[in-house]
Design a protein around this ligand. Structure first.
Ligand SMILES: [Zn+2]
Length: 454
């Protein structure tokens, strides 16, 4: 009997651990996140004889292309403080004046430090026609997005809780956000642009993906491709849990496919280390495009077979030949989040099942669940047992029911939720998930969140 109970407990534990695809043993999760750190270790990488990329000076990368009578800067970090340090590091390789600044897209971590690269010169500043449309039109929910942003990036975590942000280091200098932004002066048309700047032949290709206003930069002579945030060393963030409008997943896959067709000798991502060598760079882009497309196609097939997002989030997987590629490990984006984003992006919130057309309000459902469990006391015992068995997701779900019950111990429910979140975080190698679990636990503990737990 005892051994049967032990076996059952083990099964429950493994069921709990398996509830997320990015849950592994705690030691493994930490080891993976520490290893990923090498992807944004501070330094300047020589990508070609005349192309340098500064990695790890802030969250994103900035690059310098050296021409005959000047340099071109591609992306400019978040603010002038970190950008000035990158500019200084670049000056070891060239002190020629800046002839042009290029923004691959308008996310803050790529545009805010431009002024730090420029002296008295007046460089042309390139952006796409749609520059600035990165975040959609959801300003109305900025207050909650700000809170979720803090959680996703772990901005308020303690030193012992901090790991990284998946494709960026934690703890960046952010107080001067956007202070060095120089607005675009040259608009790249939707058909793209081929030109020569400071003697460097350069092509601008429109490439919507993480944002609608994205483009990638091709140096045909050097065969270097600078791709912004449509590629980095992690499964892509097809959806950001800080809250974003739908990112057009199909466009993203197509844009990366176009990049692969150029067969670059080096690919410079917006975050993480450049990939060098034609075979490695081209394969990485092809795989990336295929991975995105596969998740999209599997989701669409599932949708058309009548499946809902909860089921599909557990069923859709990366193809076997791609799942262990280092640049597709889910450090930043995750497949389940992508599946849910594609579902709601294509069909909206309703999953097609009439049961969910008008679900019960949470308080009523909690009462019925408690009744089913044999009363509030039994529900509470089950919640405690789930926590003890490290079935953390179930403990969370039961604590969310208990908090609504007038005869329930809401303080205990809150305590269990905090512990379960920390339990999930410990096993999590997806940085946004891990940061979110830990941040939320801290907010619950400090009493920052209202009784509705926000
Ligand atoms: Zn970025």
């Amino acid at each position: 009997m005892k051994s049967l109970i032990t076996t059952l407990c083990l099964l429950v534990v493994s069921a709990g651990v398996a509830s997320g695809q990015t849950q592994v043993e705690p030691d493994t999760a930490l080891r993976m996140l520490h290893a990923q750190q090498q992807q944004f270790e501070k330094g300047v990488v020589r990508v070609a004889d005349n192309v340098y990329t500064a990695v790890g000076f802030h969250g994103a990368n900035t690059s310098m292309i050296v021409g005959t009578d000047g340099v071109i800067i591609v992306d400019t970090l978040f603010g002038p403080t970190s950008a000035a340090k990158a500019a200084e590091a670049f000056r070891q390789y060239s002190d020629k004046p800046v002839k042009a600044i290029i923004y691959t897209h308008s996310h803050g971590d790529h545009i805010g430090g431009a002024s730090a690269f420029v002296g008295d010169e007046k460089p042309d500043v390139y952006g796409t026609e749609t520059f600035g449309s990165a975040e959609g039109v959801n300003k109305a929910v900025d207050p909650v997005k700000a809170k979720r942003n803090v959680r996703q990036f772990g901005r308020k975590l303690s030193p012992s809780e901090i790991t990284n942000r998946g494709v960026a280091p934690a703890g960046t200098e952010d107080s001067d956000r956007g202070k060095g932004f120089l607005p675009p002066t040259v608009t790249v048309p939707s058909s793209g642009l081929k030109t020569t700047i400071a003697g460097v032949d350069i092509e601008f290709h429109i490439g919507p993906g993480e944002t609608d206003d994205a483009m990638f930069i091709w140096l045909p002579k050097e065969k270097v491709l600078l791709v912004g945030d449509n590629f980095y060393s992690s499964f892509p963030n097809l959806y950001a849990i800080r809250g974003t409008a739908y990112r057009d997943v199909l466009n993203w896959s197509e844009s990366v496919g176009k990049m692969a067709a150029l067969k670059p000798h080096a690919v410079v991502p917006g975050h993480t280390m450049p990939i060098q060598g034609q075979e490695a760079a081209t394969t990485a882009l092809k795989d990336y495009s295929e991975a995105i497309r596969s998740v999209y196609d599997q989701t669409v097939r599932g949708i058309n077979a009548g499946k809902g997002p909860d089921q599909l989030a557990h069923e859709v997987k990366l193809p076997e030949h791609l799942k262990d590629k280092p640049y597709l490990i889910e450090f930043y984006g995750t497949v389940p989040h992508a599946v849910r984003a594609i579902y709601s992006g294509l069909l909206g919130w309703y999953d097609g099942n009439p049961t969910t057309l008008s679900p019960m309000e949470p308080k009523l459902k909690a009462r019925k669940i408690a009744q089913l469990a044999g009363g509030t006391q039994k529900l509470t015992e089950r919640m405690n047992a789930a926590l003890a068995e490290q079935d953390y997701q179930w403990a969370l779900e039961l604590s969310d029911h208990l908090k609504w019950l007038s005869d329930g111990d809401s303080k205990l429910a809150r305590k269990v939720k905090i512990q379960a979140l920390r339990g999930l975080a410990a096993s999590e190698y997806n940085a946004p998930n891990r940061n979110y679990y830990l941040s939320y636990a801290n907010e619950l503990e400090s009493g920052e969140l209202s009784d509705l737990w926000f």
